[in-house]
Each structure stands twice: as structure tokens, then as C-alpha cells.
Design a protein around this ligand. Structure first.
Ligand SMILES: CC(C)(COP(=O)(O)OP(=O)(O)OC[C@H]1O[C@@H](n2cnc3c(N)ncnc32)[C@H](O)[C@@H]1OP(=O)(O)O)[C@@H](O)C(=O)NCCC(=O)NCCS
Length: 409
């Protein structure tokens, strides 16, 4: 079966997480992704957080499935020629180097346009134009400057970063949206274009409900927040729901660190919840009967429900609440998810064999296309496809040997 992006070639200068997230999604959708890596070392994540001595780390393997790897020295004259040949034959180039890195090697947007006017050149940087444009950035820098950290955590605690990699992976997903739109526009114009996403912009985009609340705050306190006192900036809201329906994490039995369930009290949920909790008298009680009446003492409402949830396991609570149409979600540990066989059965978690590290678990594609099923393949070894790609570019075997000898590849 032909894949959605079959025939699309991606010249991938991505490293660490943001770029590789984007190119892995493109690869899952069928693109031929050629990952350019520094000879002898490769993407720095190959050696970061290693769990098997001498083998590629899970950090690398989990972000680089379905790609090919070519080791090329961008700083050598003949390495640059290889990159130029690849750029001529590619549809998309992706990079997330520090500001100016590719420009310094002569690979500016203008140069890419000369090499291939159809090339789409997609970049991730920490910041958009403005005072920080030349600064490097990592995940947590983006979370802190994109509004996530100041609004996450507890009122009396420090700003908190979330485990979801919204700065890196979140930006990579935004980049994919831009690349696909540019590929679609190229069908009509024949021209490539620049696609740029700043990590702080992507994080702020994911935090837009907090920008909503910043403006609401000018007119008075935010009723759905647990906070009693409000200053002039949106406070950290603990586990309060970011939407219009109040929600909270409630304890479950037997009381371990992840024995919790998140319960949302939609307007029609109050009556079935009170029946389950054995508190029918509160259904019509004017202090509790409507969402407006409950809001000023929503903590107390959740405490009433928690008296019930605390006696049950989180999955039992999930079953019982869903039976009466109350939205809820047990808090799942990574172990719960890792051991969930249903995820393997439907191919979202996949077990792969790797030549140096052995078997590992990979995440498949969260995007399902009915005409383009994903076949998840292991990440490449460093330079595994260097010679194959060079001969496809037209280099003869002696030239390839020479390139290796001089360290260009
Ligand atoms: C992530 C980040 C902070 C890492 O910083 P860093 O480790 O100092 O890496 P940089 O990207 O600045 O630079 C990489 C260097 O390796 C060199 N390099 C990388 N691949 C190479 C190759 N194949 N051949 C030769 N040199 C190579 C680059 O030329 C550059 O060297 P230079 O500074 O002498 O020009 C930085 O890349 C960045 O801010 N990226 C944009 C935002 C981003 O994506 N951040 C999140 C990453 S998940």
C-alpha cells in the first residue's frame, strides 16, 4: 500500500527532541527521512541517558524510528557537497540547531533556494524575532518562557514544569503541521517556503487558556480556580480544570502514589454522583443543586465525592462513573501504561529488536490514517546508510572510500 507521504524525501538535520519528533512523524506517514549526523558521535542523544553500555540510548531510539542515517561532516568541503546533492534531491529540510549554526556553514535559506527552489526549509528555534532571537533553548526554558511553568503547580509552591514535553515534542508537532501545509501549497505554486516555529510560541499556543484567564482576571477572581487570593497574574491552579467544567484529582484505595482518579462534575453529573455517594439529599439542596451554587464551595463538593472514591480502586471508580456517564480518568503511572497489553494489541506500543541494545518498546504513531497504516521500524545505527545513500547520489566506491578517509563522512 502506498503511504501518505511516500515519495517525499526529508533531509533531516534534527537533533535532540524537537526536530526528531517532527521527522519521526513524517517518517511514520511514509516519508523517506535521511538523518544527517556528525561522524563519530551522531546526534548527542545517542550517548545521553544510556542504559546499555555502548548501545544507542532509548532517548535516541525512541525519537528516530523509520529513518536512515548518513554521517556527514558539515564543516568539511566535501561533506558540504554531499549535503548540496541531498538538498537538490529532497522535498523538505528540517533543522533545530542553535541560532545561526547552519548559516555559518553556508546553508542559509537563500542558499537552499538556489540549490532547490522546491525545497521546504523547516526550522525550530527557541524564540521568534525579538530580544531573545539569538538564544539557545531547551524544553524547560520554553515551558518557563511560554507561560506553562508559572501556571502549573500549587499556589504555595514553586513554578513547575510538566512531564509532557510540550516545548520539544509539542513544537515538533506544530512544525509537522507547517511542513504539510507547505507541501500542499507547493502543489499549486511549485515553490518551497520557509517554515519556522519558535518553541516558546508553541508552548504559549498550548497555554492559550491561561492567556484567556489573564484577560478574565482583569474583571475579577477566577471562580473555578481553587485559589482564594488573586494578584495581577494568572496563578498556579493545582489540579483545577482548565475548562468550564470543574474537575479535581481524588484519592482512591489502596492509597499508593498513583491511586487517584480525576473526576469532572458536569452539570448533569451531580445527581448520579450523589446517588453513588449515598448523598441523595444533596441533589436538590439549593446549596448544591446548580453549578453556580456549587462553584463557591467546589472543594467541599469534591471532598464528598472523595469519601466515596477513597474506598475503591481507581479502575473500579472508572467503571462505576462511566456507567452513569460521569467523565473521569484514573491517574495512570508509566508502569500502568507500559504494561497495558491493549496498547500493544492495537500497535501504539511496539516491541522492536535492535542490533546493539536488544529489544525495546517504541511508541507508534498517534495519528491514524486509514489508507496509510504505520509500520514502525527500529532507529538506524550511526551512519548505517552512509554508503548506500552516497552511491545513490552517484558517488563511486573509490570516491566513497576517499570521503571516509578524509573524514567528510
Ligand atoms: C538544543 C540546543 C540548545 C543544543 O545546543 P548545542 O549542543 O550547543 O548545539 P548547537 O545546535 O548550537 O550546535 C551544534 C554544533 O554541532 C555542529 N554539528 C552538528 N552536526 C554536525 C555535523 N554533521 N557536522 C559537523 N558539525 C556538526 C554544528 O555545526 C554546531 O557547531 P558550531 O557551533 O561550531 O557551529 C540548540 O541546538 C538549540 O537551541 N536549538 C534550537 C532550539 C531547540 O530545538 N531546542 C530543543 C532541542 S530538543
Amino acid at each position: 500500500m502506498v503511504k501518505a507521504l511516500e515519495g517525499v524525501r526529508v533531509l533531516d538535520f534534527g537533533h535532540v527532541q524537537a526536530g526528531p519528533t517532527a521527522t519521526q512523524l513524517l517518517a511514520y506517514m511514509g516519508a523517506d527521512v535521511i538523518k544527517v549526523e556528525l561522524p563519530g558521535r551522531g546526534d548527542i542523544t545517542r550517548i545521553q541517558l544510556r542504559d546499555v553500555a555502548g548501545a544507542d540510548s532509548l532517548y535516541y531510539t525512541m525519537l528516530n524510528s523509520n529513518k536512515r542515517s548518513i554521517a556527514v561532516n558539515l564543516k568539511s568541503a566535501n561533506g558540504k557537497k554531499v549535503i548540496e546533492a541531498l538538498a537538490r534531491r529532497s522535498d523538505v529540510a528540517v533543522e533545530n540547531f542553535g541560532p545561526g549554526v547552519l548559516d555559518r556553514q553556508g546553508f542559509t535559506w537563500e542558499r537552499f533556494q538556489e540549490l532547490n527552489p522546491r525545497l521546504i526549509y523547516a526550522s525550530v528555534k527557541g524564540f521568534g524575532p525579538g530580544p531573545y532571537v539569538d538564544c539557545k533553548a531547551y524544553e524547560n526554558v520554553a515551558q518557563c518562557m511560554g507561560g506553562a511553568a508559572s501556571t502549573t503547580g500549587w499556589e504555595d509552591g514553586p513554578p513547575t514544569v510538566t512531564g509532557a514535553q510540550i516545548g520539544d515534542s509539542g513544537t515538533g508537532v506544530h512544525l509537522v503541521a507547517g511542513i504539510l501545509a507547505a507541501l500542499f501549497q507547493r502543489e499549486r505554486t511549485g515553490r518551497g517556503q520557509r517554515v519556522e516555529v519558535a518553541m516558546t510560541d508553541a508552548v504559549l499556543n498550548l497555554c492559550r487558556v491561561k492567556m484567556r484567564d489573564q484577560q478574565r482576571l482583569q474583571r475579577g477572581p477566577l471562580g473555578e480556580y481553587p485559589n482564594r487570593v488573586f494578584g495581577d497574574a494568572v496563578p498556579r491552579a493545582g489540579n483545577a480544570s482548565g475548562g468550564g467544567q470543574p474537575g479535581s484529582a481524588l484519592r482512591c484505595a489502596p492509597g499508593g502514589p498513583n491511586d487517584w482518579v480525576y473526576v469532572i462534575i458536569q452539570p448533569p453529573s451531580w445527581a448520579p454522583l450523589m446517588r453513588l455517594c449515598g448523598r441523595e439529599e444533596l441533589i436538590e439542596d439549593p446549596r448544591y443543586a446548580t453549578p453556580e451554587a456549587r462553584l463557591p464551595h467546589i472543594d467541599e463538593c469534591f471532598s464528598i465525592v472523595e469519601e466515596w472514591t477513597a474506598r475503591k480502586g481507581k479502575f473500579e471508580v472508572m467503571r462505576e462513573l462511566n456507567a452513569v456517564d460521569v467523565p473521569c480518568g484514573p491517574i495512570l503511572s508509566m508502569k500502568d501504561i507500559y504494561e497495558d497489553r491493549s496498547l500493544y494489541e492495537r500497535g501504539y506500543l511496539v516491541e522492536l529488536d535492535h542490533p546493539t541494545r536488544g529489544r525495546y518498546v517504541q511508541l507508534g504513531s498517534p495519528i491514524n490514517l486509514s489508507d496509510s497504516p504505520v509500520e514502525v521500524k527500529r532507529s538506524p545505527l550511526l551512519g548505517e546508510h552512509t554508503d548506500e545513500i552516497l552511491s545513490w547520489l552517484g558517488y563511486g566506491s573509490e570516491e566513497i572510500t576517499e570521503l571516509h578517509k578524509e573524514g567528510a563522512v
